[in-house]
Design a protein around this ligand. Structure first.
Ligand SMILES: *Cc1c(COP(=O)(O)O)cnc(C)c1O
Length: 456
């Protein structure tokens, strides 16, 4: 199958009545188990990036902590480290289980990247990290750094003068643009964000208010990225943040695993073969969830199980991994519109490298409809007073998929004996910068979904 092009693969899968393809084309919610997942120890040495790369990224973020403390006061509380709370959601667990007709799990946690400082989404990990790496490299090349220097210096005139001579360009559906834009503007770069048609007005307005150059496109994410790439390549002294193919972004996300390990220890939550950690990560192009999952596998090995969650209208990673074609196939190729309420997840074609890295590491992927996402936003607001955006709710149904899966499916991923002892963790990827009016709209759509789509 691997050597087919997307047209031949679709023809063959259709002729074989492939149930996965059928569900994707019908926009039916489903769980897909990755047949290639294998033991971490057996693949570790073959992975393109290593634990040392994750530690290097972590050390870089530590070096910049003094800078963050100085210029973003909201990071002072954690000494300049950009990190989010890990919370238990007992009421939320009951509400979600009720909605999805399953038992309440014993342990449901939410990782609140919705409340990360600076840009209020998981993009504050990878996006900010890539800008810092570029800034540090420029500073070093220009003789501005020496051993032991306090990185608060990045807020001084010589640094700003240097960065003003350089540009940063990115293509985004919104949240990556916010992270890259806010960070780059603060350091003094000329920054341009190419926004896809689905990007929210308030995100564009916020960026413009910070001096970011916003270019609006009438097309989707892939086109916004392609045009950003083209502009950056044509501009000397300009760095393009390539969300479709950046190992730097990926490593920035991966540091989350080291931080999560500490938080779990602080909360006395053990993770081992008998007490697995099952993590559900909303997935767009794949860098964010892929980077986090990659880090988690290095930290917890086979005791952690990672699942991605995608909208039924944009299941690009599921399609790429299932077909084996990765970025050689798009959701539009199978007739989907790539239209969803889930900001950040409206991506039709997956990353060029993340799917291949995930092949042996990921347990599976499930999809969620916009109605489900809106309903979950309302339930979490009521049960936990937690403000998340629809995309960030995609991790919540994960435990229900596993609880409803047959014992054969669970045996396939080594969870047949241990599921009842598991800690389920839904990664809430965005939300706290959403303006109150927008939040009210999501809530109202949740009420509507509950009274219509979920009425029984
Ligand atoms: C970007 C984003 C994701 C997914 O990250 P990818 O790297 O695109 O897969 C998930 N949730 C939110 C809110 C995002 O903005």
């Amino acid at each position: 199958m691997e050597n087919l092009n997307h047209i031949d693969w679709i023809a063959k899968a259709s002729a074989n009545k492939d149930p996965v393809l059928d569900d994707l084309q019908q926009c039916r919610e489903r769980l897909w188990i990755n047949p290639k997942v294998t033991s971490f120890e057996s693949v570790k040495a073959k992975l393109p990036l290593s634990f040392a790369d994750i530690e290097d990224a972590s050390a870089r973020l530590d070096r910049f902590a003094a800078y963050f403390k100085a210029v973003f006061p909201e990071t002072a509380e954690r000494n300049g480290i950009i990190e989010s709370p890990l919370i238990r959601v007992d009421n939320g667990a009951k509400a979600v289980a009720g909605l999805l007709d399953t038992e309440t799990p014993a342990n449901l946690l939410v990782k609140c990247d919705s409340h990360l400082p600076i840009s209020g989404s998981i993009k504050a990990r990878g996006g900010i990290y890539e800008v810092l790496q570029y800034a540090e490299k420029l500073a070093a090349e220009n003789g501005l750094l020496h051993e032991g220097i306090d990185y608060a210096c990045f807020d001084t005139a010589p640094f700003k003068a240097l960065f003003a001579k350089h540009g940063i360009v990115v293509g985004s559906t919104g949240n990556l643009g916010l992270s890259i834009g806010i960070m780059s503007a603060k350091l003094g770069f000329n920054v341009t964000v190419h926004m896809s048609a689905d990007a929210r007005e308030w995100k564009k307005a916020m960026l413009r208010s910070k001096g970011v150059n916003v270019v609006e496109h009438q097309s989707d994410y892939s086109v916004a990225v392609a045009q950003g790439r083209e502009e950056a390549l044509a501009t000397p002294g300009c760095h393009f943040v390539d969300d479709e193919d950046s190992t730097t972004l990926f490593l920035g996300y991966s540091v989350a695993a080291l931080r999560l390990k500490k938080q779990l220890e602080e909360q006395n939550i053990s993770v081992d073969a008998q007490h697995p950690l099952i993590v559900y990560l909303p997935c767009g192009v794949g860098g964010g969830p892929g980077g986090v999952a990659f880090g988690l596998k290095h930290v917890f090995g086979d005791a952690v199980h990672c699942f991605f969650a995608e909208p039924t209208h944009s299941p690009c990673m599921l399609l790429g991994m299932h077909s084996g074609l990765h970025n050689g196939i798009s959701v539009q190729d199978i007739g989907l519109d790539n239209l969803t309420c889930a900001d950040g997840l409206a991506v039709g074609r997956p990353s060029a490298f993340v799917g291949a890295v995930m092949d042996p590491l990921l347990d599976g992927i499930y999809t969620a409809s916009d109605d489900t996402l809106h309903a979950l936003v309302k339930l979490m607001t009521d049960a936990e007073q937690l403000s998340i955006e629809p995309s960030a709710a995609a991790g919540l149904p994960g435990f229900a998929w596993l609880q409803k899966a047959g014992s054969e499916t669970l045996a396939q991923i080594g969870l047949a004996e241990s599921l009842t002892n598991a800690t389920h963790l839904a990664w809430a990827t965005g939300g706290n910068m959403v303006p109150a009016e927008e939040r009210a709209k999501y809530y109202a759509l949740g009420e509507k979904a509950l009274s219509e789509a979920f009425r029984r």
